[in-house]
Design a protein around this ligand. Structure first.
Ligand code: SF4
Length: 325
């Protein structure tokens, strides 16, 4: 688990705010604002943070659903943002995403078997016979009877639809899967079934996951490492056990103080942050967390802290933790 499958370098994804009538640009939403991140082959990286912090935008940029403003996304060492047309097609197969609401990404007019067979024949070049056999196999692998292939998307429950969406991604034999709040809309018992399925498939197919979620207990269960985002930036990144046992960034401490304590871990005092998350169209100067941080000093509003290694594999962007204030 040492080679990076994805390396994000100084990624910016900005969206212009335009007036309705003349389409004049009156501002910029800095959804992702200078993120660098490595994801090792075979690992699951959990990406957490409040709504609007930019985590989904990163996932969508990796699978080319968003066009970055600047920066690089290296897939197996090659920048996918300036790839040739044939490489883009290959990347689109190998880099897949599973969404929170699979219903919107499934064609309501096709049975599941037709949908899978179309993917297998058109995108994987299989014969109709092979595609039929493979679609039954895929349904079995995600825990559905092949007979379910005759159903339409609306005839499934939420958990079953998510299994179908996973089967469709698997049909393309992905190397890297972005799970964007993939279990957030499901009941807790169904959530754990889908998590177990994802973990089994990962071992079976040797995949790598970027697991985006606000459900911290799920992230702790599934991830090897965790990165925490605040307002378009990574503020802390560490192996899962380290970050959940001893978060060092004040934002991570507040975030993790909200989850129930498991036995054997020190009881944390609940930290309630004051105020709202500032707008990504009006990012605070210096440390972008300073408007809500209980430890903010003068320097914090003036100078942006660097992401610095504070322990082996544990990175944090905070002047206080880095001993600068
Ligand atoms: Fe808080 Fe300052 Fe650290 Fe930012 S740099 S998290 S404001 S102490």
């Amino acid at each position: 688990m040492s080679e990076n499958i994805i390396s994000i370098k100084d990624l910016h994804v900005h969206f212009p705010i335009r007036t309705l009538i003349l389409q004049r640009t009156i501002g910029i939403v800095k959804a992702v604002d200078g993120v660098s991140l490595d994801i090792k082959k075979g690992e699951t990286l959990g990406l957490v943070g409040e709504s609007g912090c930019g985590k989904t935008t990163i996932g969508r940029a990796i699978v080319r659903l968003n066009d970055p403003t600047s920066g690089e996304i290296l897939y197996n060492g090659k920048n996918i943002l300036d790839s040739r047309e044939e490489d883009v097609k290959k990347h689109r197969k190998e880099l897949q995403i599973v969404f929170q609401d699979p219903y919107s990404s499934l064609n309501p007019r096709h049975t599941v078997r037709n949908m899978l067979q179309e993917v297998l024949t058109v995108k994987m070049g299989m014969s109709r016979e092979d595609a039929a056999a493979r679609s039954d196999q895929l349904l079995t692998q995600v825990g559905l009877s092949p007979i379910y292939g005759l159903r339409y998307p609306h005839e499934f429950s939420g958990g079953q639809r998510q299994r179908v969406a996973i089967a469709r991604s698997l049909a393309l034999e992905p190397k890297f899967l972005v799970c964007d709040e993939a279990v957030s809309a499901l009941d807790v018992s169904i959530q754990s079934q889908i998590i177990n399925l994802l973990m089994d498939l990962k071992d079976q197919y040797g995949m790598t996951y970027l697991f985006i979620s606000h459900a911290l207990n799920v992230v702790e269960h599934i991830s090897d490492r965790v990165a925490v985002m605040y307002l378009g930036k990574i503020v802390e990144q560490a192996p899962t056990e380290d970050i959940f046992r001893e978060p060092v960034h004040p934002y991570t401490q507040a975030l993790l103080s909200a989850i129930p304590i498991l036995s054997g871990r020190k009881q944390r005092e609940r930290i309630i942050l004051k105020g709202e998350v500032p707008s990504a169209a009006n990012v605070p100067s210096g440390c972008r967390f300073h408007t809500r941080c209980p430890y903010a000093k003068e320097l914090c509003s003036q100078v942006e802290p660097e992401l610095t290694e504070v322990a082996p594999g544990h990175f944090c962007a905070c002047h206080l933790v880095n001993g600068e204030v």
